[in-house]
Ligand binder design. Structure first.
Ligand SMILES: C[S@@+](CC[C@H](N)C(=O)[O-])C[C@H]1O[C@@H](n2cnc3c(N)ncnc32)[C@H](O)[C@@H]1O
Length: 336
């Protein structure tokens, strides 16, 4: 998983911003929800258009400093909440007509470089990986879950081929000492049978732990469901993803709900349900050559968007069923 923002010059670079602006057209005004405020790249751009209002969320309390400055500068036009986007439905929106809900998944540059968060395999010290508003850390996962559970996390959230060997070494090693970030990197290095030299040896295991610790699967699924619920027809959901698991979920959600289908899959009927979404692009939008030159880590970014067309009850059942196997792995955290 790559962070949106790890640019050459180490300053903030909001990914696919121009493309997003051309989809959500803030020049005509409206209320926008920026679900992943981060370093405020998207929110600040939206506020440059005088007729806009922005409601921003971020689970990381460290976003509060910058958000307070924006709230002072843009009174009645900018509002921030330290909230996870799976709880979008808890926002008091009264009768607000939301034009677009935007998600820029992954981590901000400041989070990746924050040693305390320990998100990167370059970090030293305790395993952590908490983005904010978490109940447990990577240290708890590595030391408290049993071998089988670790295997599932590494296999399904990291697509790591050597998941069995790595889990087994972790369980053995933790009998005698606490495992910190660099110990884990060493365990992975010595367990790998075949190396893929294109990525760091620990990339996949670290990705799987970040997804598990931050419950990124249920965050995304319930984020999409609740964004759909708060939008009125005509509203747009925009999502930028950074790894294949995220993209798979977003692609399924948009494609599946933009196709005409029989109302019941158990009883063949000629009656079709309405489309929930209109899909303009079937393929994802990716960064231009120019953007890739300025910000190489944006290469794994994929943008998908969908326009809500109709109100449909029970639309969430199919995505919950389809990805239940991932939600079940996430719920192993109940043991912690
Ligand atoms: C890639 S950064 C966003 C960068 C932002 N677009 C910008 O231009 O500054 C992702 C941000 O989303 C936040 N985030 C990730 N998952 C979240 C969730 N489930 N709920 C709320 N915020 C989340 C992270 O804390 C991080 O600050």
């Amino acid at each position: 998983m790559n962070a949106t923002i790890l640019p050459e010059k180490e300053n903030h670079y909001p990914v696919l911003l121009n493309e997003i602006i051309s989809i959500i057209t803030p020049q005509y005004g409206g209320t926008f929800i920026d679900c992943t405020f981060g370093q405020g790249g998207y929110s600040k751009k939206l506020l440059e258009y005088p007729k806009t209002k922005v409601i921003a969320l971020d689970r990381d309390p460290e976003s509060l400093n910058l958000s307070l400055k924006l709230e002072k500068k843009f009174v009645k036009r900018f509002f921030f909440k330290n909230l996870k986007f799976s709880n979008l439905d808890k926002l008091e929106l009264r009768n607000e007509n939301i034009k677009s809900v935007i998600f820029d998944l992954g981590y901000s540059y400041s989070q990746i470089k924050d040693i305390k968060k320990g998100l990167s395999f370059n970090a030293h010290g305790d395993l952590n990986m908490k983005m904010g508003l978490n109940n447990f850390s990577a240290k708890d996962v590595i030391h408290k879950l049993d071998k089988r559970d670790l295997e599932k996390i590494f296999k399904f959230f990291g697509e790591e081929k050597d998941y069995k060997k790595i889990a087994s070494k972790i369980v053995k090693s933790r009998e005698t000492k606490k495992i910190d970030t660099q110990d884990l990197v060493k365990i992975i290095k010595t367990s790998k049978i075949k190396r893929n030299y294109k990525i760091h040896v620990a990339t996949k295991i670290f990705q799987s732990l970040r997804i598990f610790v931050n419950k990124e699967i249920s965050e995304l699924i319930f984020g999409l469901i609740n964004a759909t619920k708060i939008l009125k027809p005509g509203g747009i959901i925009v999502v930028v993803t950074f790894h294949s698991l995220e993209d798979k979920i977003v692609k399924f959600f948009f494609k599946n709900l933009s196709q005409k289908k029989s109302i019941s899959r158990y009883m063949p009927t000629t009656e079709e349900r309405d489309n929930l979404f209109k899909l303009v692009n079937k393929k994802p939008i990716v960064p231009s050559h120019e953007e890739l030159k300025k910000n190489p880590p944006s290469r794994s970014a994929k943008l998908r968007f969908a326009i809500k067309e109709n109100e449909i009850l029970g639309f969430e059942n199919e995505i919950l069923e389809k990805f239940n196997y991932l939600l079940e792995i996430e719920s192993l955290s109940k043991k912690l």
